[in-house]
Design a binder for this molecule. Structure first.
Ligand SMILES: CC(C)(COP(=O)(O)OP(=O)(O)OC[C@H]1O[C@@H](n2cnc3c(N)ncnc32)[C@H](O)[C@@H]1OP(=O)(O)O)[C@@H](O)C(=O)NCCC(=O)NCCS
Length: 189
């Protein structure tokens, strides 16, 4: 079973939510038939290039085709329709390190708390699997400034900047969030 399948969050009540999140939102492991809708969200996101869109498909196909691709995908659905997704995975050669590769909310559903819920579902999975930190590589380009604010709101700190990494004038920024260890139940004997 894919690890992501163990991260399931479902809200069944229909009452308005205090944080403004749509009340019919469900977060669960992405399904193979999410592929087209994920591609559509990426295309409409306004920040990703055609090459990046191809990479999203590549990672998704690896996730669908193999149980140990190293990629976890979670989809956010509102009334069954895809409203966002997140892709992350453990970082090879680290103990408990994880990378967040992609997070995207459909432009029609932005600023409604979906990104926050996806991020929290990822964190909960990582902690469950003994992870300690999540690292995010991102561009310093102006188009990504809103996502930098988002990462800061999610409790990530800017850990490193590599000047001119992507191309002259476009830096690499590395954000990191350190996760608290899960409380283990005390043995009673
Ligand atoms: C970044 C992104 C995923 C945020 O998703 P979202 O569903 O709109 O985010 P939320 O509504 O859950 O917002 C969570 C917090 O981030 C803040 N935030 C979200 N977008 C923001 C923006 N454009 N500018 C400043 N802050 C922002 C919100 O104010 C909120 O803070 P609060 O809860 O403390 O008030 C979304 O804007 C997106 O898909 N962007 C395009 C793709 C992208 O750049 N992905 C990241 C690189 S892979």
């Amino acid at each position: 079973m894919k690890k992501a399948a163990a991260v399931t969050e479902h809200r069944s009540d229909r009452s308005p939510t205090p944080d403004g999140t749509p009340d019919r939102l469900a977060i669960a492991a992405s399904r193979p038939d999410d592929r087209a809708a994920i591609g559509e969200i990426v295309r409409r996101s306004g920040v990703f290039s055609a090459e990046e869109e191809e990479t999203v498909y590549e990672l998704f196909d690896e996730y669908v085709e193999s149980d140990d691709s190293g990629y976890e995908w979670l989809s956010a659905r509102v009334d069954g329709a895809l409203a966002g997704f997140i892709c992350f995975g453990s970082t090879p050669l680290t103990e408990g390190g994880y990378d967040l590769y992609w997070i995207c909310t459909d432009p029609d559903w932005r600023n409604r708390g979906i990104g926050r819920r996806l991020f929290a579902a990822m964190e909960s999975g990582i902690r469950k699997w003994g992870g300690r930190l999540v690292m995010i590589w991102t561009s310093g380009a102006e188009a990504y400034l809103p996502s930098h604010r988002f990462y800061e709101r999610m409790g990530c700190g800017l850990s490193a900047t590599v000047r001119d990494y992507y191309r002259p004038g476009e830096d690499l920024l590395v954000f990191v969030k350190y996760l608290p260890p899960r409380k283990t139940k005390k043995k009673t004997s």
